[in-house]
Design a protein around this ligand. Structure first.
Ligand code: HEM
Length: 257
């Protein structure tokens, strides 16, 4: 019967009694990424890259306290990285490309880990969860992440593209006047409040993220827990305090045009 069904020229399948799935060849990297461990590695590595960005972005913005010339000069320095070896702005665009790639990988890994988790547990837990293990920050990572993402979209439209920077003010957005653009933006109290709230959520996201990195990379020996806690909390606090000081300083008139 099997022989009659087999067309001429077709090779015979191994007779093992088990169904053998025919798999397309994939690259090793995609093979690793298809596993939950691979996705967690991608989450961790892209997270570390973005943590580096938010830290140095906050550090650079502290130049605001030294005055307009200092901050504007710093922004010009970033645009001229490696100039004249590379054309003006080229290195900055490469760094921006890297940052967008990290964000895309982080979002994709987060989304596909959620899908994997749902597939592993299609029926919701019937009893209340043990929230000592999964604390508030860990349970709300995707909401704090989405809020930070919406903040980022507003922030880019506001201070990079200048599309919404002038809404509610009588001044215009001037590309080179980074200091003045920041003051004009944060002088509008609803914008400042939004910046403060978004940065508080960013802090929550960062703290849990910085703690989880070690777990995702497999460095979760309980002996290091106190060190992990200090690092995650300290890092989140430094970034949040730095960032929320800017809208507060503008509203208080400490940083002004
Ligand atoms: C109150 C806090 C913040 C202030 C005052 C601030 C200020 C600025 C300014 C002035 C620019 C434009 C720089 C330029 O065009 O030269 C900028 C760009 C940017 N900011 Fe922020 N920022 C803050 C918080 C954040 C946070 C929390 C994030 C990330 C979650 C972020 C991500 C970015 C990104 C991705 C860019 C675009 C960088 C580029 O295109 O080169 N910022 N920010």
């Amino acid at each position: 019967m099997a022989q009659t069904l087999r067309k001429s020229g077709e090779s015979r399948a191994p007779v093992t009694g088990t169904a053998i799935a025919v798999r397309k060849k994939r690259s090793l990297i995609l093979d690793i990424y298809s596993t939950a461990v691979g996705k967690k590695y991608v989450m961790a590595i892209s997270g570390i890259a973005m943590m580096g960005f938010v830290f140095f972005h906050m550090l650079g913005n502290l130049k605001m306290y030294l005055g307009a010339a200092e901050l504007d000069h710093y922004a010009e320095f970033l645009r001229s990285l490696l100039y004249p070896l590379a054309p003006k702005g080229a290195v900055l665009w490469i760094l921006r490309g890297g940052l967008v790639a990290m964000l895309a990988l982080h979002l994709h890994a987060a989304w596909s880990l959620t899908v994997l988790n749902r597939q592993a547990r299609p029926v919701k837990y019937q009893s209340p969860r043990d929230y000592e293990v999964a604390n508030f920050a860990s349970r709300t990572m995707r909401y704090s992440g989405m809020t930070v993402l919406s903040f980022l979209i507003w922030h880019l439209l506001d201070l990079t593209f200048g599309v919404v920077n002038t809404v509610g003010t009588d001044s215009s957005f001037v590309r080179e006047e980074v200091y003045a653009n920041v003051v004009r933006s944060l002088d509008r109290w609803p914008v400042s409040v939004f910046y403060i709230l978004a940065n508080l959520l960013l802090g929550m996201h960062l703290r849990h993220g910085a703690w989880s990195i070690f777990q995702s990379l497999g460095w979760n020996n309980p002996r290091f827990n106190a060190w992990r806690w200090t690092f995650a909390t300290g890092f989140a606090l430094v970034v949040v305090i730095g960032n929320i000081s800017f809208p507060i300083a503008v509203l208080a008139g400490i940083v002004k045009i």
